[in-house]
Write a protein that binds this ligand. Structure first.
Ligand SMILES: [Zn+2]
Ligand SMILES: [Zn+2]
Ligand SMILES: [Zn+2]
Length: 273
């Protein structure tokens, strides 16, 4: 099983659209891993997590054949994770597609897709599946459990996901602050091989843990998972979903996290389970 990080930025990308801050100027000068598209993942070539405004560029850059994708799992409806317009190109006249695509998300995600594509699920060949916090459902070859994140409330239930397959398990944990108690309790049943956590606030707001996490809060989050026995000894922990407002470029983030044994995500990072 493999996971490819297709994007590693928060909402406005990095460098941020129209941003002139020193961190964005530096990213443009350095390039490489400092260029971050909006956060998304591809698992085994046929399952996507989120489909945001960089989906087209990501599919070309990282060789994702969208015709082989069976399922898209959405974390929440924020614009960096969901771009309904791109799904509308599945309709007749714009695409020759006849193959059904399963879309999984909270009620808010499904409503936005229906509203903004302006056409029926059938004409887009979409099969919509609502998923609620605490539910465990089959998604392709995976068993997926939705965890309630601490993010985007009260408008919607943003979701983190544990995906299990063939004795392996991974956590997709971006766009959350410090979990509510019931999420910690639910997560405690798992034994992870890979944990992808978030770090939107970076080094400039290290202890922040409301709706997103700073670097110190990301370490504390990992420590709490470990204290609860959720991480296998061999579990890799990767920080992802970074904002330029966090103030540290890729190498600086690596230097900060290295003593804590946490890897820093970047676009194109391939992770094997
Ligand atoms: Zn986000
Ligand atoms: Zn900036
Ligand atoms: Zn969000």
């Amino acid at each position: 099983m493999n996971v490819t990080i297709l994007g590693s930025a928060a909402a406005e990308g990095w460098p941020g659209l129209f941003c002139e801050c020193a961190t964005c100027r530096e990213a443009k000068r350095l390039g490489g891993r400092n260029i971050r598209r909006r956060t998304a993942y591809c698992l085994d070539g046929n399952l996507l997590v989120d489909f945001g405004p960089d989906a087209y560029w990501q599919s070309i850059e990282f060789g994702i054949d969208l015709l082989k994708v069976d399922d898209i799992l959405f974390t929440h409806s924020h614009a960096d994770h969901l771009n309904p317009l791109e799904l509308s190109w599945r309709r007749r006249g714009y695409s020759s597609v006849v193959r059904s695509l399963n879309v999984h998300g909270n009620a808010h995600v499904l409503a936005r897709i229906r509203q903004e594509t302006g056409t029926s699920d059938e004409s887009l060949h979409l099969a919509m599946h609502e998923i609620r916090p605490g539910q465990t459902v089959p998604v392709g070859a995976w068993t997926v459990t939705a965890l309630e994140a601490q993010h985007a409330s009260p408008e919607e239930d943003a979701l983190n996901y544990v995906l299990e397959r063939d004795g392996k398990a991974l956590l997709i944990g971006h766009d959350t602050g410090w979990w509510p108690d019931h999420t910690w309790e639910l997560a405690s049943r798992f034994r992870l091989d890979l944990a992808i956590l978030e770090c939107t606030y970076g080094v400039l707001n290290p202890e922040a843990r409301s709706h997103h996490l700073g670097v110190a809060a990301t370490v504390a989050f990992r420590d709490e998972l470990r204290r609860r026995g959720v991480l296998k000894d061999s579990c890799r922990v990767v920080a992802n979903h970074f904002s330029h407002n966090g103030g540290a470029n890729h190498d600086a983030l690596c230097a900060w996290f290295a003593p804590h044994g946490i890897e820093v995500g970047y676009d194109g990072m391939a992770l094997e389970l």
